[in-house]
Design a protein around this ligand. Sequence first.
Ligand SMILES: [Zn+2]
Length: 454
Amino acid sequence: MAVVAVAMTMRERRAPFMRRSVLAFPVAAALACVVAAQNASEYDFLIKGGRVVDPQNKLDGVRDVAIKDGRIASIAANIAPTRALKAVDATGLIVTPGLIDIHVHAFFGGENDSYAGGGWSIDPDSFAPASCVTTITDAGSSGWRNFESFKDRIIDRSKTRVTAFLNIVGGGMGAGSIEQNTQDMEVKPTADMAAKYKGVIVGIKSAHYNGKDWIPYERASEVGRALKVPVMVDFGGNVEAGRTLEELFTKHFRAGDIYSHMYGGRRGEQDQKTNGPSEGMIEGRRRGVLFDVAHGGASFMYRTAVPLLKAGFLPDSISTDLHTSSMNSAMKDMLNVMGKFMAMGMPLEQVLLRSTSVPAKMIQLPELGHLSVGAPADVAVLRLQKGRFGFTDPVGGLIRAAQRLSCEMTVREGKVIYDLNGMIAQPWETLPSDARGGDPKWDFTRGHGRRPGR
Ligand SMILES: [Zn+2]
């Protein structure tokens, strides 16, 4: 480390001298060009001067972030811009790991009233890059019968990194009563598909079940245990069916399994007397159950969230449950949900922790969610806006706030996939007449194409 630091210091000391030489001596100018060309290949992309907040590495300070070949190459003070093909100025902005939203419905298509290949799901690239999200996890829209269609049509063709919980229902979250059909909740084909695409399929999902029995949870848990991946549960109509959180957490969940819609308030999350967390929730957490926000259209209530937060029952992961019914509701997008937690009093660093490295570990992709040297260069450049803002819940509740996060730039595996205010651009008058945009080594904002890693 010491050797690297000394070498960098010398190089940076040399840089101003080089610049003066360019003006004075043609020979020195030519030499400077050679040196600059050598230096330029050292890094592909450099984000300078931002407040780097990397909760996993307990870093919060002004740093430069250098990227090479899609990975974080260096985090340091004052890395000279001449050492990179492209340098951008992030002064006044927050530079943090690309956000990870582990509850989205992204298997869009032509089916009516369906999350599986249907109009209730959204196109990942329509939402994720613009909200600084680099990784999403589809929460069970597909099952083993239609996962490969989802993968071929959407997962493999998105600039956003898309992973998935595979539904225990073979047909996934299809229209009508598909999700109630226990005949289509088969362990073996679900396990086979999840094993075939392990790493893309990161867990098993059960959702929206209204029956009195425990068949979906038993089968999902069997697959989860066999493959050592988490089970995520939306507890459906548990109250009417008489199923309890205690039984779910003690008989069917293992440590690392995920309870969705934790602040929905409709499935026994709150103690009837205190409004704080119920015995079931406390027991679940004691046993290592993980709790996910999954805001959705109607699954996050201030009347539940505020008392639970006051009692110290914080979310493990902050997520959206993004779909066509939640996208223009109180939920809106990942940054809005994060802003809501800040408005309820959670410090920025804690909000970022629960939107980056913690969800990465929950989906067993620990290489994501932090800015360690060598990690995939997924980076969010955020602006902390000051002003008069409001955050609502699905029943019309409001919390006013003086700050909100917005997305300036999104980088996935070293390539810019979103750039709101032209940080990578230059005044148009200065461009050559044959300009075609930035180097594909760092610019992926133009045209269509497969994910940056390919
Ligand atoms: Zn959902």
